[in-house]
Structures are given as structure tokens and as C-alpha cells.
Design a binder for this molecule. Structure first.
Ligand code: HEM
Length: 494
């Protein structure tokens, strides 16, 4: 009886509060919310698509009620500038939607403050400074070359068999990030377990959107599921971490890897164990998928547009030639390749809504009030596809970046794949280098096509926090360079 009464009172209070909040504030317009669930029941599985459609109807700033939680989504460059530059300080905290975010003791989910600034400085210095990026250059080149070699070996055994690019791309991206962060690549079993843990996290109770966002359902969820599944998962993650990461902390020769620096700080009591684990986890999860996803989209676009593929290959042939493989030091001399990477990031940003921000106080955006506690999303996918910013926005045309010098690392608000402001992705430059190197090598070493007509490539998106191709790209590769280049590349790269 107590249980029923409590539920009823909670439901009524939640509904009344939601109603009062909507009336009291001049909040942005949006689809009419339903009793208790808000707009949750109207959301398509492709969230970004719903947000974009509602923006067409209600304008570039909309309110969406996810249960009892108000979210504001902005979809224009001007409003993105207000959020990420003018009101950055008030909006740079994170909305932590799942328990996996560990109360923000890590970097990604930390609120802006002393702890955050300390971690951000540490990561920038150890991982993302130009000096650090340069010092790991030959490691990235080795990893990309061994990907090229594996593709070549597979072609030798059957050159008609389509290449499932995603498998190679996710391995090379995870290898590069893991060598950077923990000084080694994972054993196949460890890598498999890592992917399985990440995949499981999105399906755990407490990570589900509905339960997370709806105050009264959250209460129900904790009654029914308790903390058992969550605790079991965290124990699994911790075990994996102890075995795969801490089991053997490599030095990478003379170079100290990131986790060693973190452990030294832990010894001095400057970082907690939870933070060390959180930081390593942040880098592995943020780093592996984003790069692989972008390259997969870029490759799909280039198979659909063979003239673009040919142009990149002509550029590579004239700058690199056919007697060696491409290295990162070639990138400044490959402007068309750089434009391909930018165009892929514009049209297919891997995190279409960035990461959720939170209003730490009530602010005014675009003439509307955004109440304290609101989740704020910047729809960078819609901004990159906005015809107010880009001519024929859905056309994959890298030339647009040659015609006009455009920054993609957070200075130009028409293209924001890495975000902007205080929370901008700290790995933007590293990622651009990684993607240019991997794409350049894939296109210099092989020509790419599909066994079906290229118009049939399925470009459907499967968005979540990151936006994959729904159907993994399968492509037919044919080699373009002398055989010995694939097999005998020097272990020590230039
Ligand atoms: C194509 C590649 C990548 C893209 C497009 C990308 C994009 C983003 C975006 C949009 C954000 C959120 C910005 C915001 O909320 O304002 C972010 C944050 C972050 N990214 Fe990346 N990212 C990429 C690669 C990487 C890599 C390789 C790493 C690490 C090795 C990384 C580590 C992080 C971290 C730690 C944050 C949180 C920063 C903070 O909250 O202060 N990212 N990234």
C-alpha cells in the first residue's frame, strides 16, 4: 500500500513540476510533450533525425522533454556560438546520464572546476601537445602500415572477397590509442573483452534512456533491478582493467606512457585509483570508435564518388610516388587529402550531438530562457548540413575546403565535429593526423570499389552517442603499388 501511495505521489509531483516549469519560463518552442513521458514516445530510434525534423518545424532552438528532463537542442551556427563561446562558462558542465560516468571523477564527465582543469592540463601535456603527438608519430605509422599489410595479405589469399573495412579500422584505431595510453596493444582476447564491455554499457539498466530520464521510472527501475547488474558490470570492467592494463605496464622504450605518469601521480596521492581508471577508460572509449567511424564514412563517400578517389590518388602519386609508403610528414603537401578528411567530418561527424552539456545556472539563448539543470545539445550534424552555411550540403565535395580556408577544430562555427570552447575535444589534432595517415595509406596502396552498383551502398545512419554506418561497408580492393612495399616496410618508420 505504501509502495502504491508513494508511486502515485511521485508521479503527480513530477507531472505538476514539469507543467509549472514549462509555464514559468519562456523556454524554447518544441513538440508538445505528453503527460509524464514528455516527448520520449515521439522520438525515432534515430534521435538526431527527430531533433532535425523538429528544428524544421519549431526553429533552430527547440525544447525536448525526455521524461521529466528538459533538453534544449540548438542547430544553427549562431546559436552554437552562443552556447559554446558566449555562454560557455555557464553551459560547460556535463549532464551525467548514466551511472557508468562515475560521478565525474574522470575527465569526460567531470564538471568544470579545479579537478577538471587539473585533469585536462595533465592529458593535454601527456597526450595531446604537439610535442607528444610528434613523439608518437612513428608508432602511428607502424600501426597503419601493418593494417595495409594485413589487407594485402587477405587480398593475396582471395582478391575477389570484399574487405570488411570496419574490422581493420577499429583495430588500427584501438591499437594506436592503446599504445599511446598504456604503451602496448591488447591481446586479441583483451581487445574482444574491451569491446564487449563497452557494448554492454549501453544496454545496462541505468544506461537506458527511458529509465534515466524519467524521474518516476528511475525510482521504479532501482526497485526492480537494484544495483546488482551495475555492480557486476563495474566489477567486470575493473577486472579487465587490472589484467589488460595494469598486468604489464609497458614503458614503450625510452618513452613513458600515459598510464605510467598517472600511476606516479597516484603514488603521490594526487590522483585516486578511480580517476586513473576513469582517464584510461575515457581515452580508450573516446579514441577508438570516433576515428574508425569517420574513416569508414569517408571511404564509403569515395567509393560513391570515384572522381574524388581518383583525385586523392593522383595527389598521392605525385607527392609520395610509388617507391615508398606515405608518412605523416607528407600531410602538409597533400591539401586535397586534408580536404577529404574535413569534408567527411562536416558531413558525418561521429558524435552528431557532441556530448551533453548542462546549464549550471539559468541562461538566455536565442531570446529564450534555458533553466538551470537543462541538458544542452549542439546538433553539429545539422549545422554541418545546413544550407545556410554550405552550398549543396549533402554533396560530398572536398573542393569546398580548398576554395576557402576553414578550421574544423572549433574556431569556425559552421563545422564543429570536435565541439568548441572549454570542452572542445582535446584530441582534435591527433585525430586529424591519424585519419589523414590512415586514409592516405588506404588510397595510395589500393583502389576501392564495390561488387554491387555504387549507388546501392547503404548510407543509413545508426546513431547513438556515436553515429555508425548502419550496414558496415564492404569493399573490393586492388593493390596499386609494387608488392615489396606492402610486405617489406621497415619496422622503423621515417
Ligand atoms: C574523429 C575523431 C574525434 C571526434 C570527431 C571527437 C569529437 C569530440 C567531441 C564532439 C567532444 C565533445 C565536445 C563537447 O562536449 O563540447 C569530444 C570530447 C572528448 N574527446 Fe574527442 N573526438 C575524436 C577523437 C578523440 C580521441 C582520439 C580521443 C582520445 C584519445 C578523444 C578524447 C576526448 C575526450 C577526453 C573528450 C572530453 C573532453 C572534455 O570533456 O573536456 N577524442 N570529442
Amino acid at each position: 500500500m505504501d509502495f502504491l501511495l508513494f508511486s502515485l505521489v511521485t508521479i503527480i509531483i513530477a507531472a505538476v513540476m514539469q507543467h509549472l516549469r514549462r509555464r514559468r519560463f519562456n523556454i524554447p518552442p518544441g513538440p508538445p510533450p505528453h503527460f509524464l513521458v514528455g516527448n520520449l514516445n515521439q522520438l525515432k530510434p534515430q534521435w538526431t533525425q527527430s531533433f532535425s525534423e523538429w528544428s524544421q518545424t519549431y526553429g533552430p532552438i527547440i525544447s525536448v522533454w525526455l521524461g521529466s528532463q528538459l533538453s534544449v537542442v540548438v542547430s544553427s551556427s549562431d546559436l552554437a556560438k552562443q552556447v559554446l563561446r558566449h555562454k560557455d562558462y555557464q553551459l560547460c558542465n556535463r549532464q551525467r546520464t548514466a551511472r557508468m560516468t562515475q560521478n565525474g571523477s574522470d575527465l569526460i564527465w567531470s564538471d568544470y572546476g579545479q579537478h577538471y582543469v587539473k585533469l585536462r592540463k595533465l592529458c593535454t601535456l601527456e597526450l595531446f601537445s604537439l610535442k607528444s603527438i610528434e613523439s608518437f608519430r612513428s608508432m602511428r605509422e607502424m600501426e597503419v602500415r601493418s593494417m595495409v599489410r594485413s589487407i594485402f595479405m587477405d587480398l593475396m589469399s582471395d582478391d575477389k572477397k570484399p574487405v570488411m573495412l570496419r574490422n581493420y579500422l577499429s583495430s588500427v584505431a584501438l591499437n594506436i590509442v592503446s599504445r599511446l595510453v598504456i604503451g602496448k596493444t591488447f591481446e586479441p582476447k583483451e581487445g574482444k573483452e574491451f569491446k564487449s564491455i563497452v557494448e554492454k554499457e549501453t544496454r545496462l539498466p541505468g544506461a537506458t534512456k527511458l529509465l534515466d530520464y524519467t524521474v518516476w521510472l528511475k525510482r521504479f527501475s532501482s526497485w526492480f533491478t537494484s544495483d546488482k547488474a551495475f555492480l557486476k558490470h563495474m566489477a567486470r570492467r575493473k577486472n579487465w582493467f587490472k589484467e589488460a592494463v595494469m598486468g604489464e605496464v609497458y614503458g614503450g622504450g625510452e618513452q613513458k606512457c600515459f598510464v605510467q605518469s598517472l600511476l606516479e601521480l597516484k603514488e603521490k596521492n594526487e590522483l585516486s585509483e578511480e580517476t586513473v581508471m576513469g582517464l584510461v577508460w575515457n581515452m580508450l572509449t573516446a579514441g577508438a570508435d570516433t576515428n574508425a567511424i569517420t574513416i569508414e564514412w569517408a571511404m564509403a563517400e569515395m567509393i560513391r564518388c570515384p572522381n574524388v578517389q581518383e583525385k586523392v590518388q593522383n595527389e598521392l602519386d605525385s607527392v609520395v610516388g610509388s617507391k615508398r609508403l606515405m608518412s605523416e610528414s607528407d600531410i602538409p603537401n597533400l591539401p586535397y587529402l586534408q580536404s577529404v578528411v574535413k569534408e567527411a567530418l562536416r558531413l558525418h561527424p561521429p558524435t552528431p550531438l557532441m556530448l551533453p552539456h548542462k546549464a549550471s545556472e539559468t541562461v538566455q539563448i536565442g531570446g529564450y530562457k534555458v533553466p538551470k539543470g537543462t541538458t544542452v545539445y549542439v546538433n553539429v550534424q545539422a549545422i554541418g548540413r545546413d544550407s545556410a552555411n554550405w552550398k549543396n550540403p549533402y554533396e560530398f565535395r572536398p573542393e569546398r575546403f580548398l576554395e576557402e580556408e576553414t578550421d574544423v577544430k572549433g574556431q569556425d562555427f559552421r563545422v564543429l565535429p570536435f565541439g568548441s570552447g572549454r570542452r572542445v575535444c582535446p584530441a582534435a589534432q591527433l585525430s586529424i593526423n591519424m585519419m589523414s595517415l590512415a586514409l592516405g595509406n588506404l588510397l595510395h596502396c589500393f583502389s576501392w570499389t564495390t561488387s554491387t552498383p555504387r549507388e546501392n551502398i547503404d548510407m543509413t545512419e545508426k546513431p547513438g552517442l556515436v553515429c555508425y554506418m548502419k550496414t558496415p561497408l564492404q569493399a573490393i580492393a586492388s593493390s596499386r603499388l609494387p608488392q615489396d612495399l606492402y610486405l617489406n616496410f621497415s619496422q622503423k618508420c621515417i
